[in-house]
Design a protein around this ligand. Structure first.
Ligand code: PMP
Length: 288
């Protein structure tokens, strides 16, 4: 039995799950999305993801044609219909079909799409070995242009960064903001460890407020570690004791090289590995 995809209240076989070529989501990237994990039947940080989706939608004056509770039910039903206990859930809301031309107000009928599938962002061995990152030339979107807090369908900023890091032979791209401070990676938030303290860029650096980022901060503080949300420069990354990334798809993954330079010993650090273990335990036992 193949995968079924939810579109506007109906389930379609994967091959028949389609939207119009006149959908402004396709024509202009006009829409929003979320990526959520379901671990052993429990949807991790479900409310937080739903809240962020509604905030992204509000920021672009897109009305989601369902209440939060109804949407949660639709997600659960889609998982059930696909008989999935472990899944990566992609929620997409597009502006819908309209005329050619940017005007979003001539679009009729937002498309609400729920895909329940799987994702493997980085190869498994990198969770043990750590990955190499590259600080890319393209800066993160200015928050007064397209605020990175909005998880919009327009991910070209991040895709350009991804192209640059792949061309440089690295696995992940680190993006700076317009002031030269570290913002985030193409699809993950970034942390460093220095002298047993944990640092991550503040939300005003112009980043997506990662739900995994918040979980990491909580886990670290619970374990008695100091976490500081501070502006970081390229220098801070180069002299860090440890570095790691966080995201729904990635989880927590160590970074051992930046711009060809080893981070400390060039091996995943002990703070990173202890947080990775705590995160894995949490997702194993998570419940809504
Ligand atoms: N930054 C960006 C640009 C992202 O797209 C994502 C999500 N893939 C993240 C950070 C991590 O956010 P979260 O932990 O909520 O998945």
């Amino acid at each position: 039995m193949g995968l079924k995809v939810y579109i506007n209240g109906k389930l379609y076989p994967k091959e028949e799950a389609k939207v119009s070529v006149f959908d402004h989501g396709l024509l202009y990237g006009d829409g929003v999305f979320e990526g959520i994990r379901c671990y052993n039947g429990h949807i991790f940080k479900f409310s937080e993801h739903i809240d962020r989706l509604y905030n992204s939608a509000r920021a672009i004056t897109l009305e989601i044609p369902k209440s939060k509770e109804e949407l949660k039910e639709a997600v659960k039903n889609t998982l059930k219909a696909n008989n999935l206990k472990d899944s990566y859930i992609r929620l997409v809301v597009t502006r819908g079909v309209g005329k050619l031309g940017l005007d979003p107000f001539n679009c009729t009928g937002q498309q609400l799409i729920i895909i329940t599938d799987s994702i493997q962002l980085y190869p498994k061995e990198l969770y043990k070995k750590g990955l190499d990152a590259f600080i890319v030339p393209t800066i993160r979107n200015h928050y007064e242009a397209l605020n990175p807090k909005i998880k919009s369908l327009n991910y070209l900023n991040n895709i350009l960064a991804k192209i640059e890091c792949i061309n440089a032979g690295a696995t992940e791209g680190i993006m700076l903001n317009k002031d030269g401070y570290v913002a985030e990676c193409t699809g993950d938030n970034i942390f460093i460890v220095k002298s047993n303290e944990i640092f991550t860029p503040p939300t005003y650096a112009g980043i997506l407020i990662g739900i995994t980022r918040n979980v990491v901060i909580e886990l670290a503080e619970k374990a008695g570690m100091v976490v500081k949300e501070e502006q970081l420069t390229r220098y801070d990354l180069y002299i860090a004791d440890e570095c790691f990334l966080s995201g729904t798809a990635a989880g927590i993954i160590p970074v051992v090289k930046i711009d060809g330079r080893n981070i400390s010993s060039g091996k995943p650090g002990k703070v990173t590995l202890s947080l990775l273990k705590k995160y894995q335990e949490l997702t194993k036992q998570c419940s809504e």
